[in-house]
Write a protein that binds this ligand. Structure first.
Ligand SMILES: [Ca+2]
Ligand SMILES: [Ca+2]
Length: 107
């Protein structure tokens, strides 16, 4: 719909915001830009973007919560691992099985 001079265009509602897993931890804001693709030539290109007043905190903390000892079962070892994200945003953790000496104790 074409915008007449001085008219407002409103888009409201709720949209999911997916935080990429590789986004470093930190504090972020949400920005909105008119003419986001910068496809429209304007008399003032410097007033197109606004940042949210509130911020999003990205503070993931994935942990191995429990790990059972491996039990030989035929040619395989069975074990169980339980992972936990104690931070935010929602993150689907993945477990990696490694062999070798145990890692140094933490803390
Ligand atoms: Ca523009
Ligand atoms: Ca503008």
């Amino acid at each position: 719909m074409p915008q007449l001079p001085g008219q407002y265009w409103t888009d409201s509602g709720s949209a999911p915001l997916t935080v990429p897993n590789d986004l470093p931890t930190g504090t972020y804001y949400v920005g909105a830009c008119a003419d986001g693709p910068e496809a429209i030539s304007e008399s003032n290109e410097t007033n197109n973007c606004v940042a949210s007043g509130g911020t999003i905190s990205v503070q993931r903390d994935l942990q191995v919560w429990t790990l059972t000892d491996p039990v030989l079962n035929g040619d395989n070892y069975d074990f169980s691992v339980r992972l936990r994200n104690t931070g935010n945003p929602p993150t689907v953790p993945t477990a990696t099985v490694r062999r070798g000496p145990p890692p140094p104790a933490s803390g």
